[in-house]
Design a protein around this ligand. Structure first.
Ligand SMILES: [Zn+2]
Length: 286
């Protein structure tokens, strides 16, 4: 059996795991993600040392940022800025193994397509809905990279007159249907700040329904556009709010008969990133 080390640097948690080629986690370590890049690297070093074995022949790293895979360049991300240090060079020197780096959503989609909610699909789209919205696209079995950083699906426009996004555009999907946007809708509706999406979905009153509608309708518009653009066999929603978003969308079906697509919750939950990173590391070995 072939093994690799998968590393998933999330906005909140960093996961490092020893993963087999058939997607089984042999050992897993989880730690809080520090804010500073130097501390993130130190955390990764500590966690790798705990799971590393001679059997691991490659390392894959998923980062919450735009990544140019061909040049191994990380562009500044939203929550942890890893654009400064050369993560790949440093890791490959210290661990003596080839290292592959990509965006975290691309890693998660690879795992979901191989073993999870998009199993058997050659064409699939993933949205990760958390503090922000990440995305990845699988076309004919391969992650779509475009010129360098394709798949920034949180930044497709759902309202060209909408609020300014961190990326510089207006009315991005992330500004309307992320966890941050949901929190704002809850506050604007004068509901308690700790109101959960689950409690909103369970309620039938007008105020709760208005919040769910305000959050889910732009998401449906974004999904309709993605289905029109990529024609996926399945569209997977992951991240902390993925499963709730699938339920919320049930009341807002795709409007056009042309652009129907099954929307499914992610199946590998928090471990999709480490599993996908390890697989990508194995597949990218020279
Ligand atoms: Zn944007």
């Amino acid at each position: 059996m072939q093994w690799a080390i998968g590393i998933d640097i999330g906005g909140t948690k960093t996961r490092v795991a020893l993963v087999s080629a058939d997607g089984v986690i042999g050992d897993l370590r989880v730690a809080a993600t520090p804010r500073l890049a130097a501390d993130v690297i130190a955390t990764i070093d500590t966690l790798i040392a705990e799971v590393d074995t001679q059997a691991a022949s490659a390392i894959g790293v998923g980062v919450p940022a735009r990544v140019d895979v061909s040049s191994e360049t990380i562009f500044s991300g939203g929550f942890v800025d890893l654009s400064g240090p050369s993560l790949v060079g440093r890791l490959s020197r210290s661990r003596g193994r080839p290292v592959f780096i990509d965006n975290d959503a691309s890693m998660a989609l690879l795992a979901e397509a191989r073993f999870g909610a998009a199993k058997g699909c050659s064409n699939a789209v993933l949205l990760t809905i958390g503090t922000g919205i990440g995305g990845a696209v699988l076309v004919d079995g391969r992650i779509l990279r475009g010129r360098a950083t394709a798949g920034q699906l949180g930044h497709i426009c759902v309202n060209w007159r909408g609020p300014r996004c961190v990326c510089g555009l207006r009315g991005c999907l992330e500004t309307a249907s992320s966890g941050t946007a949901l929190r704002r809708l809850i506050t604007d509706a004068e509901l308690p700040g700790d109101t959960s999406i689950e409690s909103l979905l369970a309620r039938q009153d007008d105020r709760a329904r208005a919040v769910v509608r305000g959050w889910a309708q732009p998401l449906r518009a974004g999904i309709d556009s993605l289905v029109a653009a990529f024609g996926p066999e399945r569209l997977v929603l992951g991240g902390g709010l993925g499963a709730a978003a699938v339920r919320a969308l049930a009341d807002f079906p795709a409007a056009s008969p042309w652009f129907q697509c099954e929307v499914a919750p992610a199946a590998l939950s928090d471990n999709a990133g480490v599993i996908g990173a390890a697989l990508a590391g194995l597949e990218a070995r020279p």
